[in-house]
Design a protein around this ligand. Sequence first.
Ligand SMILES: NC(=O)c1ccc[n+]([C@@H]2O[C@H](COP(=O)([O-])OP(=O)(O)OC[C@H]3O[C@@H](n4cnc5c(N)ncnc54)[C@H](OP(=O)(O)O)[C@@H]3O)[C@@H](O)[C@H]2O)c1
Length: 250
Amino acid sequence: MNADPFSLEGKRVLVTGASSGIGRQVAISCAEMGATMVVTGRNAERLGQTLSLLEGVGHVSVVADLRKVDDIGRIVDSAGELNGLVHCAGVTAVVPFRVIGEKHLDEILETNFRAPVILTQRLLAGRHLMNGGSIVFIASSAAHIGTPFTSMYSASKSALITAARALALEVAAKQRIRVNCLSPGYTRTPMLDGLNEGASIEGNFALAPLGIGEPEDLANAVIFFLSDASRWITRATLHIDGGLTARVSY
Ligand SMILES: NC(=O)c1ccc[n+]([C@@H]2O[C@H](COP(=O)([O-])OP(=O)(O)OC[C@H]3O[C@@H](n4cnc5c(N)ncnc54)[C@H](OP(=O)(O)O)[C@@H]3O)[C@@H](O)[C@H]2O)c1
């Protein structure tokens, strides 16, 4: 084991959603900790900016839409031998249950659930994830609460957590691959700005005793789950929410 248990030196890590918010910070922080990154996102310009911010050499970027199976194939083709996989890509929207349409349902479920499932399945089937590797899914506090007006978002993240828990049991013994989830509370990113415009939820941010989170807070937790420091932890979901859900029973 490395002298620094949190080091990512010598590890190759794929991050989705790396063109914005939490995913971008995860990519930057992992590279700072010594990882070689494969970063992916839809927006070429913003993904290029992320790539330019990564410390070290050998990083790769793939512009891809995770709702398109062919694009997922291109990500898998560029993946190489991975030690870590971080699913950050996700979408949300404020939609009351009574007006949910198929378009909304498809967009949320395809992006937040179907895409990470298919990408993980393809990487495992192609033996791109090395033994001893670590998979991290970014879920949400909403998965545990069932937040009003984002019911399908909440449901997509609950589904992700359950699938991750099952996967953890399938890949632990032989491959020693670990599978964990993070459930963030309100975190300062473009997604939160969009949500706040739609529903004016600013008042909710104060519900967390420690206030709003920063992308760095999530990136530090991701580093822990990718590193050897967490080598005996699998099938866990870490609530990283400034205490938002501390008083919620679920
Ligand atoms: N911010 C919060 O308060 C919060 C709280 C709980 C959980 N989360 C979760 O944290 C994760 C990151 O969110 P964020 O706040 O960083 O949001 P963000 O700034 O809006 O970033 C979302 C990322 O997902 C990517 N993405 C969306 N649809 C995609 C698709 N079809 N194909 C490929 N990439 C796609 C975006 O790519 P492009 O921009 O290139 O299109 C972007 O890189 C999400 O899973 C979100 O649900 C966020």
